[in-house]
Design a protein around this ligand. Structure first.
Ligand code: CA
Ligand code: CA
Ligand code: CA
Ligand code: CA
Length: 308
């Protein structure tokens, strides 16, 4: 009922479109850049700028969290967590010729991980593993603001999109994030309704101030719901105790309206957290209800946050 159900095709077309463009421009693989002993060309400077940049990197959705404590929802596993096993090389796609002094770059990374899931509520940690093969996509804008003798040939990073996690396993993805909103009280302080939206790294990212009460609201889509509930939604970020928390649409724990399709999690920003980003994560109930089937199905958006 949210937006258009043809989103999968639309995304596929978008990917084909930019791959088509970039094939004609330039494809760079990480790890092959020369030391700056000689003057680098723009594409090399851009790759060097982005290779170790904190805005390009983002931790995958690992870490522990609330996972069916028997009070909120018995159908959730006793434990579940993701464990990264291998990150593929970073691929940079320059979407236009950097000659003009401004360039949009798509950064793609393949992630291989284990989905550890323990559905037997026996007080014993006895998980099985489902394989995860994901692709993480983020777009960035870089600009040449200085001269060629400046660091990275004068290129600086100015904008980023959220990172989008999609399945790359051959399994049809049925669950998608549709929007993310951050509130302080009744004030909407940050929002995103497309992973193609660019935000300035200067002041366009969500600002998470330690000790401040924030509410994260997320809308989602399941294209083929089979169970009730059909999916589970989680927040990741600088949260108390765990970096991952269950989001609810029950009208409770900060959720303003029950059953309106808006999932919420409200918390005081944990200043000691190492997780200085905010992510929304949906997992198909089909994935969560058994340990045996190779059916990992999840989608997520994540955005880095600013700390005042
Ligand atoms: Ca168990
Ligand atoms: Ca709600
Ligand atoms: Ca299943
Ligand atoms: Ca599925």
């Amino acid at each position: 009922m949210k937006k258009n159900p043809g989103i999968t095709n639309e995304r596929g077309n978008r990917m084909n479109k930019f791959l088509g463009i970039t094939a004609a421009v330039l494809v760079l693989a990480c790890g092959c850049v020369q030391e700056p002993s000689m003057e680098l060309i723009d594409s090399e400077n851009i790759q060097n700028l982005l290779s170790n940049n904190g805005y390009v990197r983002m931790t995958p959705l690992g870490g522990q969290g609330e996972s069916g404590d028997g009070e909120k929802d018995n159908s959730l596993p006793e434990h579940w967590w993701r464990e990264l096993s291998n990150e593929g090389s970073i691929e940079f796609y320059l979407e236009n010729d950097p000659e003009m002094g401004i360039c949009t770059v798509t950064v793609i990374r393949n992630l291989y991980a284990d989905f550890n899931i323990d559905v037997t509520h026996d007080g014993v940690l006895n998980p099985a593993i489902k394989p995860i093969s994901d692709i993480r996509t983020r777009r960035l804008i870089v600009q040449r603001t200085g001269v060629s003798s400046d660091p990275h040939g004068g290129w600086v990073l100015t904008h980023i999109t959220p990172a989008e996690f999609s399945l790359n396993s051959g399994i049809a993805q049925e669950v998608f994030i549709q929007s993310m909103k951050v509130y302080q009280g009744d004030e909407l302080t940050w929002e995103c309704d497309s992973p193609d939206t660019f935000y300035t790294i200067e002041d366009g990212l969500p600002v998470l101030e330690p000790g401040i009460l924030v509410r994260f609201e997320v809308e989602v889509l399941h294209t083929n719901p089979q169970y009730e509930p059909a999916y589970y939604v989680f927040a990741h970020g600088p949260c108390p105790i765990w970096p991952r928390h269950w989001m609810n649409d029950d009208g409770l724990w900060g959720d303003r309206i029950a059953d309106d399709g808006v999932y919420s999690y409200e918390w005081y920003i944990e200043g000691s957290s190492e997780h200085w980003f905010i992510a929304a994560d949906i997992i198909d109930a089909d994935t969560m209800l058994d340990e045996d089937e190779n059916d990992y199905d999840s989608g997520a958006w994540g955005i880095l946050a600013l700390r005042p």
